[in-house]
Design a protein around this ligand. Structure first.
Ligand code: ZN
Length: 310
């Protein structure tokens, strides 16, 4: 169907009727929880937490979804209900799709040998929302992952089915698309960081269990595994640990060439941001830099680093 997407109460009632219906047939994990997969995961993630190795090891909680994956040779068995729901959205003009986020909750640890079963339901279909991509509906599916019949964790996956908006135009030059930097993705794990940035403070997370500083922000400590944290404000002093100069490809709102640095802060953690205030070809490993905050448009402030040439 072409033209304006259909939108009325009756349509939303039809969508809502899919809430609570199965999104996929009950699944069985292809493999029981096992040490080799845990080892590969930890190597890929660079996670050396001792809880995941040796006798009594548990699986990293964030592996939850991995145990439910169908693999390359098999398709997940989507229900007719879920296909119908997506079909209704397609037919009403909301044919584009983007995955927006996922959330996990953990009920109990998984251990090698645990046999996995999982059930997916269509948990919710939002009202019609206006988004920068275009108007659409958020569809959340919830997968409950069980081991031995006991709930081990829940994985929520959210998509936006939308009718693509025409690209915004630049008011000063209608033939040129508006060029704005991408917005940061703010979630409950990193919201504190962005609140700090808004008041021009660069906050580093500190584990209240062992005092280890961490950046970027994470829900737990990679040293001791405990979740508690507070923050310390970075002094703003740092050095260029490594850098690249971007020439290609061009991105809207970025004018190549420009330098992107991996900055080692005086506190010891590293952060990626632009090195500004010096020509891109003068940036060097070891160059001292100083934190500053740059306002890119009416709503976007980012921490960047002013290079200090000797
Ligand atoms: Zn710690």
């Amino acid at each position: 169907m072409n033209g304006e997407p259909e939108v009325h109460e009756e349509f939303e009632t039809r969508l809502k009727a899919y809430e609570g219906r199965p999104a996929a047939a009950t699944g069985v994990g292809r493999d029981p929880v096992n040490a080799p997969m845990i080892r590969h995961w930890c190597e890929a993630m660079g996670d050396t937490n001792p809880a995941y190795t040796g006798p009594g090891a548990i699986a990293p909680p964030t592996m939850l979804q991995a145990w439910t994956m169908a693999g390359l040779s098999r398709r997940p068995e989507r229900t007719a209900a879920y296909d119908e729901l997506l079909g209704l959205l397609d037919e009403s003009g909301h044919h584009a799709v983007v995955a927006t986020d996922c959330e996990q909750e953990y009920a109990r640890p998984l251990r090698p040998g645990d046999e996995i079963t999982f059930d997916s339901v269509i948990e919710s279909v939002s009202e019609r929302k206006t988004t920068k991509l275009g108007p659409g509906y958020f569809v959340t599916t919830r997968t409950d992952v069980s081991a031995g019949g006991e709930l081990a964790g829940t994985h929520r996956f959210r998509i936006l089915k939308y009718a693509p908006a025409r690209r915004p135009t630049n008011p000063t030059n209608p033939t040129k698309p508006e060029e704005r930097r991408p917005r940061p993705v703010v979630n409950r794990d990193n919201a504190g960081f962005w609140e700090g940035v808004a008041r021009h403070a660069l906050l580093i997370q500190r584990c209240t269990g062992c005092g280890t500083l961490r950046f970027p922000w994470l829900p737990g400590c990679n040293s001791c595994g405990r979740p508690g944290w507070d923050t310390v404000e970075a002094s703003g002093e740092g050095t260029v640990y490594s850098y690249v100069v971007m020439h290609h490809p061009p991105f809207p709102a970025f004018e190549p060439p420009y330098a992107v640095g991996l900055i080692e802060l005086a506190e010891g953690v590293r952060i990626i941001s632009n090195v500004v205030g010096v020509p891109y070809d003068k940036v060097r490993v070891g160059m001292p830099v100083r934190l500053c905050f740059r306002q890119y448009d009416d709503e976007l402030v980012l921490p960047v680093f002013q290079g200090v040439t000797r």
